[in-house]
Write a protein that binds this ligand. Structure first.
Ligand code: NDP
Length: 450
């Protein structure tokens, strides 16, 4: 049995029923093989066995009261995966599909992503199986306060710095941070994604989406192409999707789709960005309401679409940006995209392409930016927020954006260079995984066994 196979078997035995985590671990291990052969120190120091086991997993009860006085109990999680490079850093997800396996897959990915930014941040992730949909502001506040009542004892500006993710935006960060401050008595950068008047960074809200588009532009420029004038597909209608669409327009591209959990919009005149922000960012409405303003746009309800497929990926375009959630782009979706002439896929979401889809893209040799590289702009800018908080200052937007552009270009350059070392210059999965791995693994060796 191969080393990687043995590790994965042990993982399935010791951490049962965590399919997303196995998927993420398998993808990373598959690409690390040549690096493990090149440098025998990594096996000698048990780096893989240590990386795959979180340093600490915190599982807690979150009990809260709805507006009618009913009591609810949710599961809260914080998985502190690896702190070799700096304080733990990674978002919080509030979604009914959150399980220990989902949080572990996200935390594991976060280690490599954070290492890839070149910044001093370790990897973590957290969240709860709480569904914010349909809840009043007061209920959201009570939930966030109950969640932070437990979490606050495990975090801190130089210990662990959470941020947002699915279901956790500026409103939730506000309630979480307010309660942290009340409990700790400290005003410090313990959470990122804060409001601009109370410690937030300009450009943080836009960073993941903008960064994902910058990454695509870097990949295309290296192939003497660009996004300008090209039709693009975007999935999702949340933070990452909205600012991906905004940056695509700024670079002269033409985004024609977006989606939420209930359905997909295709607008051949280009997605109406201001309307999208109004419906999803401000009013939290279903995307189907887009049709009230643009009756000629096409709407496909999610239930109309066959199992294992997604309406977004059936349209014709040059570049695709999956920005909703994990495993939202299947093998058959990848085939449809390739048949329609796709040249570039840049993952705004974490692990949105299934294993089969990734294999199709690599076989076809298109420009493929894996999430841990392409969406690293969010966490990188969070780290810039930490720097501003530590210096009690706020940088202008231009400074944050120029850092973000430089970081995305650097991630692309270093991932491509590493992939080229192993004779596969366009395999950015391998390039990103090995680049991130080396930095963490070397730090773990140099700091001794822990
Ligand atoms: P949001 O909650 O703002 O938006 C998520 C969007 O995806 C919503 O439109 C939501 O639909 C849709 N969605 C969520 N789950 C599903 C599902 N199971 N099926 C179909 N659609 C779904 O989250 P973000 O935009 O912040 O995050 C999107 C992705 O990007 C996630 O994978 C996240 O981990 C990743 N990411 C986010 C970063 C950030 O800075 N925010 C940083 C790096 C990665 P609906 O509106 O109906 O809920």
């Amino acid at each position: 049995m191969s080393y990687a196979h043995e590790i994965l078997k042990n993982l399935q035995r010791s951490s049962p029923a965590q399919s997303e985590f196995y998927q993420a671990a398998e993808e990373v291990l598959a690409s690390l093989g040549p690096e493990l052969e090149r440098d025998p120190r990594y096996l000698r120091h048990g780096i893989i066995e240590r990386l795959i086991e979180p340093e600490r997993q915190i599982l807690f009860r979150v009990a809260w009261m709805d507006d009618a006085g009913g009591v609810h109990v949710n599961k809260g999680y914080r998985v502190q995966f690896n702190s070799a490079l700096g304080p733990y850093k990674g978002g919080l997800r509030f979604h009914p599909a959150v399980t220990a396996g989902v949080i572990k897959f996200l935390g594991f990915e976060q280690i490599f992503k954070n290492a890839l930014t070149g910044l001093p941040i370790g990897g973590a992730k957290g969240g709860a199986d709480f569904d914010p949909k349909g809840r009043s502001d007061a209920e959201i506040m009570r939930f966030c306060q109950a969640f932070m009542t437990e979490l606050h004892r495990h975090i801190g500006a130089t210990v662990d710095v959470p941020a947002g993710d699915i279901g956790v935006g500026t409103r939730e960060i506000g309630y979480l941070y307010g309660h942290y401050r009340r409990l700790s008595g400290r005003y410090e950068g313990t959470i990122t994604g804060k409001g601009l008047d109370w410690g937030g960074s300009l450009g943080r809200k836009q960073a993941t989406g903008y960064g994902c588009v910058y990454f695509a532009e870097n990949m295309l420029n290296a192939r003497n192409e660009s996004l300008e004038g090209n039709t693009c597909l975007v999935s999702g209608a949340g933070n990452v999707a909205i600012y991906t669409i905004e940056k695509l327009y700024q670079l002269g591209a033409f985004p024609v789709t977006c989606s939420d959990s209930r359905g997909t919009i295709h607008d051949e005149h280009g997605i109406d960005l201001e309307l999208l922000k109004q419906l999803k960012e401000e009013q939290r409405q279903p995307l189907s309401r887009y049709l009230e303003y643009h009756p000629k746009a096409e709407y496909t309800p999610a239930e109309d679409y066959p199992q294992g497929g997604h309406a977004v990926w059936r349209y014709s375009a040059r570049a695709a940006f999956p920005c909703a959630t994990q495993n939202e782009l299947s093998g058959s979706d990848a085939e449809a995209l390739l048949a329609n002439g796709i040249a570039c896929v840049s993952e705004g979401a974490n692990m949105p392409s299934t294993r089969e889809a990734v294999e199709r893209f690599l076989e076809a040799g298109i420009a493929f930016g894996p999430g841990k590289a392409a969406n690293a702009g969010g966490v990188a800018t969070s780290q810039l927020e930490m720097q501003q908080n530590a210096g009690l200052t706020q940088w202008p937007l231009e400074k944050v954006d120029s850092h973000l552009r430089a970081i995305m270009a650097d991630i692309f350059r270093r991932s491509s260079r590493t992939a080229a070392e192993f004779g596969q210059p366009s395999n950015l999965i391998m390039g990103a995984n090995i680049t991130g791995f080396r930095r963490v693994a070397n730090a773990m060796i140099e700091q001794g066994l822990f």
